[in-house]
Design a protein around this ligand. Structure first.
Ligand SMILES: *Cc1c(COP(=O)(O)O)cnc(C)c1O
Length: 361
């Protein structure tokens, strides 16, 4: 059996060392020493001035919406994970979907302006598979129309644009550190901003809005994360360059072995590095995708239709809107097995099988 993804696990002894410290201190959560250390090490690693370690990538987006006091309509992408849309709805705002660019698969920045109304207050866009949005155009539009920008950068850990962390773009960027992500803390997330006042507000929001012994400054929630999760993050961070290198080598082998397959890969932002968070392919037709997926399922080689269906046309709590490029891409996008412990031999096997299925022999 080959799963589509599998979490990275470090040697158990290394995690155990941190557990000994936790038992000694008996400090389990509420911004403990390991959580603070993780924030410091991540700032250092990502070359950022400010970030907060939070419960998960979904809470991170909700905190961003709340901190920026966003209301009314939020322009967003229909080609993302459900949390990009559900957080907007959960925060009482209305998602307004704009179609994606057929090459980058991120929101089409050229189509944003025509979706702006007097109710629009923000843009919430996803760096799909870690591939940066057109951040320059989006920033210019936001400035012109006085809109806030949030990036769902759940996939984009380790991506830089023009030598700057992708997390620096927008008013706030959020990341997920879930077990299935490239770098993880089992469950976890990050909220990143360049603005120190906004950071302070986010820190209060993370802790129920408590601002002093008997005072509250914000409508808060519980966005804290634990010492156990921070410990996993600290251990995993020691392996991050090994993780990046292995994923790069695996992706290069897929590229080489899948040359005969009728597909394309998302066009990567020219000023950004690829963090190899996923191995997505867009097949020539949905028919080919279904044929491949069905036959591979039988061999217990699992792929995932990520993202399918379109968030604009498939949610029971929203009116249905069919955006042509998103509908088309969502039908043809498939993520192949891709994780640290995947072997080169397994990739050769997967690629051979896929070509055999495509060519019917
Ligand atoms: C994983 C993911 C999230 C949610 O993150 P969690 O940590 O699982 O809450 C949000 N957006 C995107 C694009 C994701 O892939």
């Amino acid at each position: 059996m080959i799963p589509v993804t599998q979490p990275f696990l470090p040697p158990q002894e290394e995690f155990q060392k941190y557990l000994d410290g936790i038992w000694k201190r008996n400090w389990l959560t509420n911004m403990g020493p390991l959580a603070s250390q993780l924030e410091m090490e991540l700032k250092d690693h990502l070359k950022l001035n400010h970030l907060l370690f939070v419960t998960n990538g979904t809470i991170a987006i909700q905190m961003a919406i709340k901190a920026l006091e966003i209301s009314g309509e939020v322009i967003t992408t229909p080609f993302s994970f459900i949390a990009t849309t559900s957080t907007i709805v959960w925060e009482g705002c209305t998602p307004v979907f704009v179609d994606i660019d057929p090459n980058s698969l991120c929101i089409d920045a050229k189509k944003i302006e025509e979706a702006i109304t007097e109710k629009t207050s923000a843009i919430l866009a996803t760096h799909v598979y870690g591939n940066p949005c057109d951040v320059v155009t989006i920033e210019a539009i936001a400035k012109k129309h006085n809109l806030k920008v949030i990036y769902d950068a759940a996939h984009a850990f380790g991506v830089e644009v023009n030598g700057r962390s992708i997390f620096e773009y927008g008013d706030i960027s959020t990341c997920s550190l879930h077990a299935t992500k490239l770098y993880h803390t089992v469950e976890g997330g990050l909220v990143i901003t360049k603005d120190p006042d906004l950071l302070k507000k986010l820190a209060f929001i993370r802790n129920f809005g408590i601002s002093g012994f008997d005072s509250f400054s914000e409508l808060g929630l519980n966005g804290k994360n634990s010492e156990f999760h921070a410990a996993m993050g600290l251990v995993n961070l020691k392996y991050i360059s090994k993780i990046h290198d292995k994923r790069k080598a695996l992706a290069e082998l897929y590229d080489k072995k899948l040359k005969g397959l009728k597909h394309f890969k998302p066009a990567w932002h020219i000023q950004a590095n690829d963090n190899h968070a996923y191995y997505p392919i867009i097949l020539e037709s949905e028919e080919l995708l279904l044929k491949l997926k069905t036959e591979m399922d039988k061999q217990e080689i699992f792929t995932r239709r990520y993202f399918y269906p379109s968030l604009a046309s498939a949610l029971p709590y929203l009116p249905k809107l069919e955006l042509p490029i998103t509908e088309d891409i969502a039908k043809r996008a498939l993520c192949l097995p891709f994780y640290y412990d995947l072997t080169f031999e397994e990739i050769e096997l997967i690629a051979r099988l896929m070509l055999r299925i495509q060519n019917n022999d």
